[in-house]
Design a protein around this ligand. Structure first.
Ligand code: C2E
Ligand code: CA
Ligand code: CA
Length: 436
């Protein structure tokens, strides 16, 4: 029992290191390669928090069985602890042997997991280190696979990374980043930029999306992709998210008070924020304190956030909609493309992801897909927003297929508040540049 994990029946950390040590000695003697793959579930904490540990344990068992089923007899899979698993793969011929395994594991996670009669979608991030390139002993190999796994998380999760020496420096940079982030709110280093959304029927700006930037001391303007993941991981996204919402609402009220016709204010909610128990209360409080009209607020949640626990999502969204808030499904087409779920999610619009818009003009089949997504959305009474529109051709095509709104560099990049105000005034005075 000392060597096996109680929940999954897999070897535990102790036994794994033991086997790795033996395998390393073999590899050294026979001059062969071996790989260590660290696997970390991406949303496990949420499952544990919302459904309880019993359900979490069942999921770990299912994951363990699935992974075991994908490996050869001679490979070892163990549970390192928490939601972290590790694989030892011996007798490696070339790098493809290990990347193939990684791909197969990711593939498995594309299917839903069944727990208590319900479906859950979770993803995993993998990190790989290889002997002899990435370390000489057990500790170094596992640590470096772990660093690579963290890198996979940072670059968007649901993926694998091979260890590289340069990742070590990135780890140190990351610690600095988290430290600086912690102080950035009080130092008032964050700013919101605003990107116009244009109604294709009239060419007018009918809304803006608030997008955060960080004026980091000694560095300059930092883009959200560089720090939102770290803010999520460290839970800083909770106070930061509240700051974002409050700032966006205040801006909207200020514009209206200065004589600008009301436009929608779209604000992004992160996955972690969405799981917060007091999210609805926090939003109520901010609306109340800023005097923001709830019907002008549009909250954007990504498809993958919405899909994590559909029942939970529906409950929260219903409460928000009861308050008059609009909901938009962000990054549509990048997740599990679950057209079926569109029917049950109480949303107002969906945003076709920019990767999708980018491919739009490249082939007739892409165009056909876009066309049918727009049609279906309209049948469900949803508005369709295309984001990342960069060319006139894309715009033309979206117009032809009756897309409702567009957002993208072609019309304007996200700009600071003052410039956004100028764009709003120009548009409301009927200026030609927005007539597509
Ligand atoms: P997103 O919500 O999908 O935002 C759209 C991103 O596309 C923005 O990147 C925007 O600048 C960019 N974009 C707009 N038009 C074009 C275009 O024509 N071409 C291309 N290539 N890109 C375009 P940004 O501002 O770097 O934000 C990246 C992501 O960071 C956002 O993706 C969102 O997930 C997150 N984010 C940004 N601001 C916030 C925030 O206030 N709160 C939260 N939770 N997440 C945020
Ligand atoms: Ca968005
Ligand atoms: Ca998006």
């Amino acid at each position: 029992m000392k060597y096996f994990d109680r929940i999954t029946g897999l070897p535990n950390k102790l036994l794994f290191f033991d086997r790795l040590k033996t395998a390393l000695a073999d590899a050294k003697r026979s001059d062969t390669k071996l790989a260590v793959i660290v696997i970390d579930l991406d949303n496990f904490r949420t499952i544990n928090d919302t459904l309880g540990h019993d359900v979490g344990d069942k999921l770990l068992l299912q994951v363990a069985e699935k992974i075991k089923g994908l490996l050869r007899e001679s490979d070892t899979v163990a549970r390192l602890g928490g939601d972290e698993f590790v694989i030892l793969q011996t007798g490696l011929k070339d790098i493809n042997d290990v990347t193939k395994v990684a791909e197969r594991i990711l593939e498995k996670f594309r299917n839903p997991w069944f727990l208590e009669g319900r479906e859950y979608y979770i993803t995993a991030s993998l990190g790989i280190s290889i002997y002899p390139n990435d370390g000489q002993d057990e500790k170094a190999l596992v640590r470096n696979a772990d660093i690579a796994m963290s890198r996979a998380k940072e670059t968007g999760k649901n993926n694998y990374e091979l260890f590289m020496e340069s990742m070590k420096k990135k780890m140190i940079d990351k610690l600095d980043l988290e430290n600086d982030l912690r102080h950035a709110i009080e130092k008032e280093e964050f700013v919101l930029f605003y990107q116009p959304q244009i109604a294709l029927a009239t060419g007018e700006i009918i809304g803006v999306e608030a997008l955060i930037r960080w004026q980091r001391e000694g560095v300059g303007l930092v883009q959200p992709m560089e720090f939102i993941p770290a803010a999520e991981e460290s839970s800083l996204i909770i106070p930061l998210g509240e700051w974002i919402l409050r700032t966006a609402c205040l801006q909207n009220v200020r514009w209206i008070n200065s004589g600008i016709k009301p436009v929608l204010m779209a604000v992004n909610l992160s996955a972690k924020q969405f799981q917060q128990r007091n999210l609805v209360e926090m939003i109520e409080k901010v609306l109340d304190e800023t005097g923001m009209d709830p019907t002008l607020l549009e909250l954007e949640i990504t498809e993958s956030t919405a899909m994590l626990d559909v029942d939970f999502t529906v409950k929260v969204l219903k409460r928000l909609k009861d308050m008059g808030i609009r909901i938009s499904l962000d990054d549509f087409g990048t997740g599990y493309s679950s057209l079926n779920y569109l029917k049950i999610l109480p949303i107002d619009s969906l945003k076709i992801d920019k990767s999708f818009v980018h491919d739009l003009t490249s082939s007739p089949s892409e165009e056909a897909i876009a066309k049918s997504v727009i049609n279906l959305a309209h049948k469900l009474n949803l508005l369709v927003v295309a984001e990342g529109v960069e060319t006139k051709d894309q715009l033309e095509l979206l117009k032809n297929h009756m897309c409702d709104k567009v957002q993208g560099y072609l019309l304007s990049k996200p700009v600071p508040p003052k410039e956004a105000e100028i764009l709003l005034r120009e548009s409301q005075n009927g200026l030609e540049r927005f007539r597509g």
